[in-house]
Design a protein. Structure first.
Length: 468
């Protein structure tokens, strides 16, 4: 049976004393005449009293998780007691200083049973504090999070600590990512009303720090401070009327051919169809050929749709090459053909004929020929009238919104430059939040910081003098 360190009388009483003090303070507030006082100051003072008491109680609870014995077993390793010393931990209500016992196996890094039993995250964050800080830094910069936390008056970690935390948490996540994601897919629920699942893939350029010169996996030039393409994907469920019910968002930092992102998308679709094989599959993307090579191989029987708004932009580009930019006749022709493309049966064939006619009139205008080839290549993905009749999506707005909310709003603020690991830390957390998977994901991640610690048998204790 584990032998726990017997806390000092001060440690065992610190929570009780704090609570007694809090009760006296609260009673004083209840009988206090408030006329003429600044009520905001009163609120702050009362809050500070509760926070101080909570810190003392948390400190007592942490010390109760300590083990003081000659040796302990951790992960089948026998670790011998080294010393006992105080340390500060960041809790959701601020710093708490506690005494804990350290153990070591050979020359390995010392382990702290109290930290393993409590699930201390990355050395000094309590689980709730780490969760709250990770969520906050996913939504805003460490500097903004630091200011917000200071205003709230609870924990006040430094900006550098807030910057390091998501990177460390993300490294922990990446080490078990496939297992974590598989578990998330197992517990995810396909909406009962869903009749369609749509898969989309897109990319957005990200400012990179210290990028080496050469070519990226996507074939784009890069250099110091260059931009590279991060990948975003969505898996969305729609009801019989075409209303979107739920979306799983995914984001990965620049990588050759978006390999990790594509693997994740394929696993998400397999999981959804495993639970609901009756779902109709739709693939939606812009005209990028790499995206379509992947999507066509992923779901050969799916209804493939080139995003209508990208198609309309191509159409306008071709007509501008005929009539000139902002020409009234060109604008009128565009509005006419745009509606034909979207609403008319075999509308894409009519647009192709119209562009072919313009090509014969202006044979030297290369842009018309490029647009014509675009429509001919994607004609089987431009049956917009049929898709609308079946209440299927014809736009990639969901994945474009993911590009904006996952990447642009957080990674493309003024002056920002990113290394791969730091950017991925933010993308991982933001994707979990926007997919409403943060809660189960954090529960799984937090469990990996906890370990069972037992007292080693057959150890004869020697006199041990605790460090001050």
């Amino acid at each position: 049976m584990p032998v726990f360190h017997a806390p000092s009388p001060h440690a065992t009483e610190r929570g009780a004393v704090a609570l007694e003090h809090l009760c006296r303070q609260v009673e004083g507030f209840r009988t206090r005449p408030l006329v003429g006082e600044d009520f905001e100051a009163v609120e702050r003072e009362l809050h500070a009293q509760f926070i101080a008491a909570e810190r003392e109680v948390l400190g007592e609870l942490l010390e109760r998780l300590d083990i003081d014995a000659p040796a302990v077993e951790v992960d089948q390793r026998r670790c011998h007691r080294v010393l006992r010393s105080p340390e500060s931990y960041t809790t959701a209500v601020g710093p708490v200083r506690v005494s804990r016992t350290l153990y070591r196996h050979g020359r390995e890094r010392a382990v702290v049973p109290m930290e393993l039993r409590a699930g201390i995250v990355e050395g000094h964050w309590t689980p709730l504090a780490a969760r709250q800080a990770s969520h906050m830094v996913a939504e805003m910069t460490p500097a903004h999070a630091h200011t917000m936390l200071r205003e709230l008056g609870n924990m006040t970690p430094s900006k550098s600590s807030l910057d390091r935390l998501p990177k460390a948490v993300s490294a922990h996540w990446e080490a078990g990512r496939e297992r974590f994601e598989a578990s998330l897919r197992e517990v995810s629920v396909v909406p009962d009303e869903a009749v369609t699942v749509a898969v989309s893939l897109d990319g957005v350029m990200v400012p990179m720090k210290d990028a080496s010169r050469g070519r990226t996996g996507e074939g784009r030039a890069r250099g110091p401070g260059a931009y590279r393409e991060a990948g975003c994907a969505t898996l969305s469920f729609f009801d019989a009327e075409g209303g979107r019910l739920d979306t799983v968002a995914m984001g990965r930092m620049p990588e050759a051919k978006k390999a990790t992102l594509k693997t994740t998308v394929a696993a998400e679709l397999d999981a959804a169809l495993g639970k609901r094989p009756d779902l109709e599959v739709v693939t939606v993307a812009d005209g990028a050929r790499d995206n379509w090579r992947f999507l066509d191989a992923l779901a050969p029987q799916a209804t493939a749709v080139v995003d209508f708004f990208h198609a309309a932009e191509q159409l306008k580009s071709g007509l501008d090459a005929c009539y000139g930019d902002n020409d009234p006749k060109g604008r009128a022709q565009f509005e006419k053909l745009r509606h034909v493309l979207r609403d008319a049966p075999e509308g894409v064939e009519k647009v192709i004929r119209a562009l072919s006619y313009q090509r014969t009139k202006y044979p030297r205008r290369k842009r018309i020929g490029e647009v014509l080839r675009y429509f001919r290549h994607n004609r089987h993905r431009m049956r917009y009238a049929q898709a609308k009749a079946g209440h299927l999506p014809i736009g990639s707005g969901v994945v474009e919104a993911a590009c904006k909310t996952l990447v642009s709003q957080r990674l493309k603020c003024s002056g920002m430059r990113w290394r791969h690991d730091g950017g991925q830390a933010i993308l991982t957390l933001r994707a979990l939040v926007r997919s409403e998977r943060f809660d189960p994901a954090w529960t799984m991640l937090a469990q990996t910081y906890r370990q069972e610690v037992t007292v080693a048998d057959n150890i004869v204790p020697f006199p041990h003098k605790h460090a001050a």
